[in-house]
Design a protein around this ligand. Sequence first.
Ligand code: PHE
Length: 450
Amino acid sequence: MAAPRGEFSSKLGFIMAAAGSAVGLGNIWGFPKEVASNGGAAFLIIYLAMAFLIAYPALMAELIIGRHAKANPVEALKVIANSDTSRTVGVVTGFAGISTACLILSFYAIIAGWMASNILASLSDMVGMAGLSTWFASDSIERSLLFTAVFMALTISIITAGVKDGIEKWCSRLMPSLLVILALLIVYVMTLDGAMDGVKAYLLPDFSRVMSPDLYISAMGQAFFSLSLGVGTMLIYGSYIPDEGNLVSLGRAVTIVDISIAFIAGLLIIPAMYVALNNGVQIYDANGALLAEDSLIFVVLPELFASMGGAGTFASLAFFVLMSLAALTSTISILEVPVAYTTENHKVGRKPATVIIGVAIFLLSTVLIYNFEVLFGLIVSVATQYGEPLVGLMMCIFAGWIFHRNELLKEIQKGHDGAEHGLFWKIWPNYVRFIVPAAILIIFSRKFFA
Ligand code: PHE
């Protein structure tokens, strides 16, 4: 365990990395998809409430535990534990987080691979290779295997380089590019006919939907997924924050960036759907509901791009580059979870650990690809609807009930003079002790008893 631990070189480096983890397919695909199928702004409002009131406090629990223990989730929860029982629960929770991370990466890398193959589809279109373009854009086992492998290889190569030279360096390059592409695409889509109908559909809530318990479960799951909670990612990134960093303001910054980018991505995707409608593309299914799931990204948007002529090919390229960048800064953060555990607890070097774990997760993805219909949806829901909220709940319990109050305050005071007088310290400790666990349990139990 004497191996030197990595550390982010600056506050900005941490924000880039953590926002890179948080901003991903969940923001640019998952969130608009949920908005489209759940009553527009009604979902948006509930999502904002879930993100600020439940996910943000849970994020702080992970960051604080992580920096205090300066260790991976299994070790960190052991450090906090104050009895044999809590130590055992900590180890189980840590492993549950690591397993959830591996499951998420196994399906996430497949979708990320589709995004990357669509980049090549657009490029082949540009050089007039229509046959090749069709192959890159259409679903096949070979395509999924090839591009999942490509994506995993990229992820492995960044994680092999470590915290500063891998994660921080690449997120600091990729995140600004992502923002520029997102902004350009929004400006472009807004100039097209039909976009304003989309803006209205996005921002005018259908309140008849707000009472459905399912909406709360989806919004909570989406908020946890989007902030990368309940798998140990944020705990580990927290463990790489230098002691001078003010955890309260850093956590706030990451939350605000993540939520804003989800909101802004909605301003791209929902109006784009209505532009597609305006261009004669079908955007409703047989029951009159907006096409959401996979067809939103892989059918509606490509048809929209195709209906736009030459400009459409550039828009398509920009869009899939955007998706791939967003996905890559997230996949690296997920792979870091099992890698950090293995290097710290089993004295394996970073490079072999990263390669072995990366290849093992790729093999899991292969199983999903060959048994797509049966396994894919199942793994997504086990990991995101059960794994993440439950591990997140345990992190809050550790922060609120097991972590000694004085130690907690000392951790927050590092890099934050006078933290004991601040609003955060007045509210958060009891909030994360009672309200957040209760809210997670209530929402969760409605899943079974509603
Ligand atoms: N937050 C990422 C997204 O929104 C997904 C993710 C989940 C990343 C869990 C890390 C850990 O796409």
